[in-house]
Write a protein that binds this ligand. Sequence first.
Ligand code: DGP
Length: 116
Amino acid sequence: MPTETIFSKIIRKEIPASIVYQDELVTAFRDIHPQAPTHVLIVPNKLIPTVSDVTAEDEAAIGRMFTAARKIAEQEGIAASGYRLIVNCKQHGGQEVYHLHMHLLGGKQLGRMLPQ
Ligand code: DGP
C-alpha cells in the first residue's frame, strides 16, 4: 500500500486548505507556497504516488484533472490569458509530495519553463 501524504488529509477535509474545486474523482486547492497569482494543485482523490504508478484504471481521474484545470482557469479568470500545467515526477522531476498532482499556474507572464 502506498503511504498517505498530507494531500489525503486535505482531500478528506481533516486539515484546512483553500479548496477551489472538488468532485468524486479529483480535488483542487491553493498551493501553500504560491509561485504565481494563481497556483492551484489538482490531485486525484485516489492515492496515486507518481506518474509512474498510473494505470489504465486511473484514466478517468487523470482526464478529470484536465477538465478540472480548464474549469478552475475559468473561475480564476485566467483562461483567456493562459496558464501552465506542470506534473513533477520523482527526484529528478522535483516531486516533493508523493501524491500525484498537477500544478495550475497563471495570472502573470510566466518565465522560461526550464532555467537555461
Ligand atoms: P511538488 O514539488 O510538485 O511535489 O509540489 C508540491 C507542492 O505542494 C509544493 O508547491 C507545496 C505544496 N504543498 C506541500 N504541502 C502542502 C500543504 O500542506 N498544503 C498545501 N496547500 N500545499 C502544500
